[in-house]
Design a protein around this ligand. Structure first.
Ligand code: ASP
Length: 350
């Protein structure tokens, strides 16, 4: 653990429980995770945009649904919502104005996984990822092959670029350079440069676990860019004996540490879900290349992890403060604050 950030996140109690040493300045910046003694099953955790989704997934789990079916039904809400510009229909497009989607899933009880990347024209890549898992001997299909597979499986092709997202793309394109042939708009609209994704992880009442992550990835990305979401072990990971974890935020930073896998391995070693998320973020910071660090030595991007253990205990953590996550268990569906490494006002502009 690096000395830079350990003082920012672990209180002495948590550190002791995790078997970690802690400097005298150590304190817990925020704490909201359910300790194991409060945990209940079934339970579902997701990124904050999954509030409606965790409610749906939880309800399905109370009726005995499979954990992956429940989690995917949860993320389908965002995938099919044209107002959510980070996922599925309405997602912000790549630099060419084409919406390219990434998704992956894991099913704990059967130890299987499926994924798609750079998928065009299909609004629910999470379901296509599950079809790869269910109907093929492969794990990851990409680009035209993924689309061909989806069409063969009966998925319907549609235009995923909503008028709102097309307008945002046109504004971005016009403003790339004052010297190109596109006239700059003189309106004062902020150009979105966005990340956004939904990750959801579910545990049934009997302790079976599943995870799914789906996204349109970075807005205005280089065509063909694939983020962390469809990478098993980065965007999400699930081990039925331990728990599940997933991520949103800068995918390039997550891929380098295999973040979802690392988080599940942290739980296997005895860390709580919250501690495991923070330990993974520590690794992310340690692995950040210099050009992405501000003058204060901290990353110029954010990354979030969400984790759930087999007993239903859960936690979420971000590099910067202000992050939230959605959770649903016996206490209902709600948003909770993520713990963090650094206060947000300390974050330099990207
Ligand atoms: N992780 C996603 C990606 O890098 C984006 C995000 O979650 O904001 O593609």
């Amino acid at each position: 653990m690096s000395s830079v950030s350990r003082r920012h996140f672990l209180g002495t109690g948590a550190a002791a429980a995790a078997g970690l040493s802690l400097g005298s300045a150590g304190r817990l910046e925020a704490s909201s995770a359910a300790p194991a003694w409060q945990a209940s099953r079934p339970a579902v955790i997701a990124s904050a945009n999954g509030l409606r989704g965790v409610a749906r997934a939880y309800e399905m789990l109370t009726k005995g649904a499979d954990p992956l079916d429940a989690a995917i039904a949860g993320v389908n809400i965002q995938e099919l919502d044209p107002e959510d510009q980070s996922v599925g229909l309405g997602g912000l497009p790549n630099a060419d104005g084409v919406v390219q989607l990434d998704a992956s899933c894991m099913h704990g009880p059967t130890r299987r996984a499926g994924a798609v990347a750079s998928l065009e024209g299909i609004a629910t890549p999470s379901l296509v990822a599950k079809a790869v898992m269910d109907y093929t001997d492969h794990i990851l299909l990409v680009g035209p092959g993924a689309k061909q597979f989806a069409l063969a499986m009966g998925f319907k092709e549609q235009n995923l670029l909503t008028e709102k997202s097309r307008q945002d793309w046109l504004r971005w394109k016009a403003r790339i350079s004052p010297d190109d042939n596109w006239l700059d708009h003189d309106d004062d609209v902020t150009i979105k440069f966005s990340t956004g994704t939904i990750n959801m992880n579910a545990v049934t009442s009997s302790g079976d676990i599943a995870s799914v992550t789906t996204t349109s990835g970075l807005s205005w990305k280089i065509p063909g860019r694939v983020g962390d979401s469809p990478i098993i072990g980065a965007g999400q990971y699930c081990d039925n004996g331990v728990g599940a974890a997933g991520s949103t935020g800068r995918g390039e930073a997550n891929i380098k540490v295999c973040g979802a896998f690392l988080t599940v391995e942290g739980m296997r070693r005895g860390l709580t879900p919250q501690q495991a998320c923070l330990a993974t973020l520590e690794r992310v910071v340690a692995m950040t290349e210099r050009r992405l660090l501000g003058d204060n030595g901290r990353p110029r991007f954010d990354l979030n992890f969400y984790a759930i253990a087999k007993d239903g205990s859960y936690g979420g953590a971000s590099i910067y403060s202000g992050g939230r996550f959605a959770v649903a268990d016996a206490k209902g569906a709600r948003l909770e604050d993520s713990v963090f490494l650094f206060k947000r006002e300390e974050r330099p502009r990207r």
